[in-house]
Write a protein that binds this ligand. Structure first.
Ligand code: 5AD
Ligand code: SF4
Length: 434
């Protein structure tokens, strides 16, 4: 989401005549895009500000902070870091050029925490600046209405706003013409996708607007379509049905569970039990296609006992995730969980983190080993950072697969046979390029 926001900001700035340069030292304006989801992410902005101040020459740049930290901290940022000139909230990105103009005009402190302009499109302007020439992020819904007790996102990103399907489809058709091979439909909770009208989805069946959107997007003929993040309670079987129908809806599902303990799931206000979740996983495992499953877990939520943690371990063992993102609970001001006592000691959080990490590593290596000798479709996204001979890309099931090959395969979808298993990725050799 942050990458997509940066792309949006860069697009707006280029439209206004700005040039984007790679280093802060010689820039006139430095913008920091920020994340608040955990304390560590939030601290990065202050570290970075320090670095910029240290490295800047005699004519200091204008410094702006955008994203979630800007939205949540607002004016306090000016007080805590006097070098900041601009504070740009999460819904003010489209006004960036005007805000910079104000600051350049001499106003010492400029801040915009306002709502999105009503006549802006709701998700992303037709962007022409992207992080990759082959893979595009497409916001379909922004914000979140779930209010899980530990989570800051509903406060930093506001309520859910869905983009019209016609706009999404139009953007994907344009990307296809430009040679893009893969799109990621993104949102904090994509399953809640609920646009005002149904333009763009007419004639597509589906129990929920999200599954109708999936079918409509599949019909664009874009080679690969991925989406993230799903919310377990809203992950209806119809979504899997749509994926079974369309090969270009890729076989990867990210379905964060957070905990395997019913008591904690209630405390987190997730709205499902471990067995509700497992039923959804079973439906995926029973499907005809083989889907890679990934998830997020929080360890050390307030009051998490050994027993709660044991329940998480057994859920992880039952699900056999292809990969898992584990986070230590981080108290976020203003969230309901911040009122609970953050009583799992840091050392215990670390221990639980490492224990789970080890369990997952064993599961993962076993699952990856199963890919040995299989031929997978890989979108070649770049040259490997580790070896000058190797290319790198993702499979349809979102695994990293590297293989030796020439640069003219960049942006192509290749068939690669797996010949080596690494801890977090696969290695192989080229079969046939298409
Ligand atoms: N502490 C730790 N992890 C968190 N996440 C969200 N909020 C917190 C928090 N306060 C994790 C969740 C979510 C992922 C994006 O970040 O696991 O799915
Ligand atoms: Fe945060 Fe996700 Fe819960 Fe929304 S659904 S409150 S983004 S954890």
């Amino acid at each position: 989401m942050n990458v997509a926001d940066t792309e949006r900001a860069v697009t707006r700035l280029r439209q206004a005549g700005y040039e984007i340069i790679g280093s802060a030292e010689s820039a006139d304006v430095v913008l920091l895009n920020t994340c608040s989801v955990r304390e560590r992410a939030e601290h990065k902005v202050f570290t970075r500000l320090g670095e910029i101040k240290r490295d800047m020459g005699t004519s200091p740049p204008l410094i702006g902070v955008m994203g979630c930290v800007a939205q949540l901290e607002g004016e306090r940022l000016f007080a805590n870091a006097p070098s900041i000139n601009l504070i740009i909230g999460t819904r003010a990105t489209d006004r960036l050029p005007d805000l910079i103009d104000e600051a350049r005009g001499g106003k010492r402190q400029v801040m915009d925490l306002g709502e999105r302009n009503p006549n802006d499109d709701s998700g992303a302007i037709s962007k022409n600046e992207r992080h990759s020439p082959y893979v595009a992020f497409i916001p379909i819904i922004e914000g979140c209405n779930k209010f899980c007790t530990y989570c800051i996102v509903p406060y930093s990103r506001g309520r859910e706003i869905s983009r019209p399907a016609s706009e999404i489809i139009g953007e994907i058709l344009k990307l296809k013409k430009e040679g893009y091979k893969e799109v990621h439909l993104i949102g904090q909770n994509v399953n809640s996708y609920r646009p005002q009208g149904s333009e763009g989805m007419e004639g597509f069946s589906g129990v929920t607007p999200f599954s109708r959107l999936l079918r409509a997007v599949a019909a664009t003929g874009m080679d690969r379509i991925k989406y993230t993040t799903s919310f377990p309670r809203d992950f209806h079987t119809d979504i899997v049905a749509a994926m079974e129908e369309h090969e270009n809806l890729c076989n990867w599902i990210h379905l964060p569970v957070q905990s395997g303990s019913d008591r904690l799931l209630r405390g987190m206000r997730r709205g499902y039990s471990a067995s509700d979740y497992l039923r959804r996983i079973e439906a995926v495992k029973k499907a005809k296609r083989r889907y890679a499953l990934t998830s997020d877990i929080i360890v050390g939520f307030p009051g998490e006992t050994e027993e709660d943690f044991a329940a998480t371990i057994s859920l992880v063992q039952a699900c056999q995730y292809d990969s898992l993102y584990i986070f230590k609970y981080s108290e976020r001001l203003r969230t309901p969980a911040a009122k609970l006592l953050d009583n799992v000691p840091e050392a215990e959080k670390t221990l639980r983190f490492r224990t789970l990490e080890k369990i997952q590593a064993d599961i993962q290596i076993k699952l990856l080993a199963d890919y040995y000798g299989r031929t997978l479709s890989v979108l070649v996204e770049g040259r490997s950072a580790k070896s000058e001979y190797d290319l790198t890309g993702h499979t349809t099931c979102h695994k990293v697969l590297n293989f030796p090959g020439p640069s003219d395969l960049l942006g192509q979808i290749c068939s690669v046979t797996v010949s080596e298993i690494k801890a977090h990725s696969l290695y192989g050799h080229l079969e046939v390029a298409r």
